[in-house]
Design a protein around this ligand. Sequence first.
Ligand code: ARG
Length: 462
Amino acid sequence: MTLWHGRLGSGTAAEVMAFTASLSVDRRLAADDLAGSRAHVRGLGRGGLLTAEEVSTLLAALDRVEHELETGSFVFAEGDEDIHTAVERRVTEIAGDVGAKLHTGRSRNDQVATDLRLYVRRSVAAVVSGILEVEEVLRTRAVEVGDAYLPGYTHLQRAQPVLLAHHLLAHGWALARDVDRLLATATRADVSALGAGALAGSSLALDPVGTAEDLGFAAAFDNSLDAVSDRDFVAEVLFDLALLGVHLSRLGEEIVLWSTEEFGFAVLEDAYATGSSMLPQKKNPDVAELARGKTGRLVGNLTALLVTLKGLPLSYNRDLQEDKEPLFDSVEQTTLALAAMAGLLRTVHFDVATMQEAADGPTSAAVDLAEWLVERGMPFRQAHAVVGGLVRDSLERHVPLVELVDAHPDLGPDAVALLEPGTAVTRRTTPGGAGPVPVAAQLERFARRLERDRARAGTPAG
Ligand code: ARG
C-alpha cells in the first residue's frame, strides 16, 4: 500500500516504482531521518497533537527501527520508495494506530530537506577532519625536510630553486582554504526545514523553531517555499568538494611526475603504490592518479546538480531527488581520497640529492646575477639583458656560465659565488618567499592556522 492510497486507487506500476524509488541511495540518510522524526514527534507533543504516551510510544518505535537498521535486521518492503517511507511504514507496523500519527503536519518535502542538512553537517565535519589530517602530514613533512630544496617551476620549466618545505606548504594553504570554505558552507546550511510541510507550513500547532533547536540547528527556515526547494547548500558542498578535488589532483599530478624515472624526486612506499599485472618491474602511482582522476567525477557531480536546479519552479519538484546521489558520491570519494593521500604523503620518500642536483643547474641563479647587478646600480631591464646574453652565449659556445660570469667586467669573481650550489635558495628572503628565513616564519603561521581550524572544526589534534 502506498502513502497515497486514499487518492490513487490502483497500486503503482512496477516500472514506475523502479524508476522513481531512491531507497538504494537515500538509505544513507537513515540516521538523519530518525533524528528528524524524533524531533518532529517531540514537537507534536509540545503542540498538543500527541499525548505524552503517544510521544513515548513513537519514540520507542523509532528506537526499535534504529536498532533494526543498525543490526541489519530491518527488512525493507517492496513498497519502500525511499528511506522516509520505509521508516514510517515500520514505525506504523510497530506502533499500530499511533504510528499513523507520525507524519502529522509533515511532508517528505520538509523531511528530506531537513535530513539532507543533517547529513551535510556530519559529512562536512568528516571531510574537514580528513583535510586537516592531510594538512598535518604536509606540515610534519615540511618540518622534517628542513632546508632541502628543489627546482621551482613555471611552465614546467626550471625557474628558481625553492625549499621543499615551501612547495609542500603551498599545497597545504590550498587545503586550508578548502577547510574554510566547507566550514562556511556548513554555517549557511545550518538551518532546519522541518515544519515547512509540503510547501506552505501548516494549520496545526507545529513548532519549527523548537524542532530546529532540538536538532541543534542554528535557526529555523524563514520561508516555507524556500525551505523545501532550496538546495544551495548541496551545490555549495559539491563546489567545495570539486575544488578540493582539483587541489588533490594537482598534488597527485606532482607525485606522478616526481615518481617518474625522469624526475626521480620521490619514491613511493610499497603500501601506497601498485604493481602491474604484466610488467614485473612496474611500481605505479595509482593513488595519486586516482586523486587526479576522481576529480572529473567531482566536477561532474557539481555540474549535474546545477543543471538539475536550473529553471526549476518553486517549490518542491521530484527532480530534487537527484540531489543526493552526487552529494553522497562526492563526500564518499573525497573521504577515501583524503585518507589514501594522507598515507601516501606520510610515507613517500623524497630523493633530496636528486632534487638539489636538479635545482643546482647552471642557470638556476640567473635572476640572482641580474639582481646582484641591480644592487650595484644597473637598471633591471639592462641587467636582465646582460645575464640573458651570457646564458645564450654559454649554451651556443658550450662555455660554462661560471667562466663567463667570472670574466664579465660588471660581474667577476664576487658574482661567481652566487652560482655555488645551494646559494640561490637562501637569497629568497622576502616575506612569504621560498628561502629558509621566510619559510621558517611560514611554518609557524601554518601550524597556528591548523590549530585554529582544528578548534573551529571541533577536531582535536591527533
Ligand atoms: N525521495 C524524495 C526525495 O528525495 C522524497 C520527497 C518526495 N516528495 C514528494 N513530494 N514526492 O526528494
